[in-house]
Design a protein around this ligand. Sequence first.
Ligand code: NAP
Length: 256
Amino acid sequence: MFKEKFNLTGRTAFVTGSARGIGRAIAAAYAEFGARVIVHGAKPSVRLEESLADVRLFNPSCDVVTGDLGDPAAVEAMFARLRELDALPDILVANASIQMNIPWSEFDAAEAHHEMEVNFHATLRMFQLAYPKMKAQGWGRLIAVGSVQEPRPHPQMCAYAASKAAQENLVRNVARQVACEGITVNNLCPGVFATDRNAAALNNPVYAERVKAAIPMHDYAQPEDAAGAALLLASDAGRYITGSTILVDGGLRLPG
Ligand code: NAP
């Protein structure tokens, strides 16, 4: 049966930033398709507990790890904890990010560095930490969550867009090198999604209408809209997709 190719039973998935938003929707979908999912947030929170409860409905062996991706020692500690839980990932989704809304001429070095630390350096390090198990077993999925801002950078978010573009380049680089080891590496790019980071802006009806008008599908996305592409990239159905960028953006990247 072809649908068996989407079955993630026996796989362990680690989804960063899955307390809420897109990461939470991806974590829930992976659990529904059988994976043992390790949810993650920067810190313990009620929403992280709720996300854990959601995935445990499908698989009671799901667990939780916390840590600030802006702190390299915390990234090491997160993977040490995954090792203790016997939960080193078969599927890693580097989803968490930060984004700062600052004119490019006013960005200071510390802010730009922090954004690169969370959005790029932590992804590189997590890829490195996840790789040995994937290589040893001849199967793995490294998925970075990028942004429509790679092809279409927002003028107020130059460091964010640059960090996502760096991540996309990393994906193509690593994908080429591990393709013969049963490991795929891909970049999933959301457009405008109704998540916390956009809540204040999209609650302004004038701004929300302007955003919708700019999107060829004339609507922004809900978190679960990213889950189908994430499932494809994580599963055996997506085994021949590597080094790719998949945009889930309602056509926003298209010139209009
Ligand atoms: P979100 O709702 O803002 O949630 C962010 C998640 O990341 C939270 O669980 C948060 O943990 C975690 N996180 C934030 N900073 C962290 C840090 N320093 N260390 C560890 N974890 C941290 O995110 P989202 O809107 O769903 O976005 C998910 C991904 O899609 C991001 O990579 C984002 O760049 C990308 N994306 C989103 C949009 C959009 O329109 N929403 C568009 C393009 C790309 P806590 O819950 O503990 O705070």
